[in-house]
Design a protein around this ligand. Structure first.
Ligand SMILES: [Zn+2]
Ligand SMILES: [Zn+2]
Length: 201
């Protein structure tokens, strides 16, 4: 199995093209990384959260069994920063307040995500333009025809980077975009993936 460590001091030297940078750099305390090799007293670690390779003193790391982290354990790895954090740093899922399901991102990462929520003033203006219940609607993405609020739910789609509202789309397409993190890169990756593996070719 892959060897993962927690870098609990959050310090190391960037490692580029097998050359260790002279100056130490700080990164997030308790960052989880994959051990890719050794260099004297250091582990060569790929910090998955920041996608960078560091030489980290072995003494500043400890092995972690990633299969023993998560909602059922005392510690969980955030799916954004990939730091191992106490379970209390992850909010309980709103639909599951009494359950044990917690959000996949830590509270600190969530604040960054929530900052990209739609801008309120613009949201109000858009609310006026929103197709009314009972009106016909054609989704600009899937082109499906529906009766607003009756045969489909229509939502305002916003750019998660700027918070700007783009347009109204059907709930189904909105979920679809959300699955691709509203990122063009992911959508293009998906498109390329499908084209590359075209089974008719
Ligand atoms: Zn995080
Ligand atoms: Zn749609």
């Amino acid at each position: 199995m892959s060897k993962w460590v927690v870098c609990y001091k959050g310090k190391g030297n960037l490692y580029k093209d097998n050359i260790k940078e002279r100056l130490e750099t700080n990164f997030d305390i308790d960052s989880v990384g994959l051990v890719e090799g050794e260099d004297g007293d250091n582990f060569i670690v790929w910090l998955i959260g920041v996608d960078s390779i560091y030489a980290v003193p072995k003494a500043d790391t400890r092995l972690v069994d990633v299969t023993k982290s998560g909602d059922k354990y005392d510690f969980k790895i955030c799916n954004v920063c990939h730091c191992l954090k106490p379970i209390a740093q992850f909010d309980k899922n709103q639909n599951n307040l009494h359950g044990s399901v917690r959000r996949p991102s830590c509270r600190r990462c969530r604040t960054t995500i929530d900052k990209r929520a739609p801008k309120t003033k613009q949201a109000k203006e858009m609310e006026k333009k929103k197709p009314k219940n009972g009106e016909p609607f054609v989704c600009p993405i899937c082109r499906k025809r529906s009766i607003v609020g009756i045969t489909a739910k229509i939502v305002a789609d916003h750019d998660h980077h700027t918070g700007n509202i783009r347009d109204f789309i059907c709930d189904s397409c909105n979920t679809g975009l959300g699955r691709f993190k509203n990122g063009e890169n992911y959508l293009l990756n998906a498109l390329n993936y499908i084209r590359e593996r075209d089974t008719l070719k």
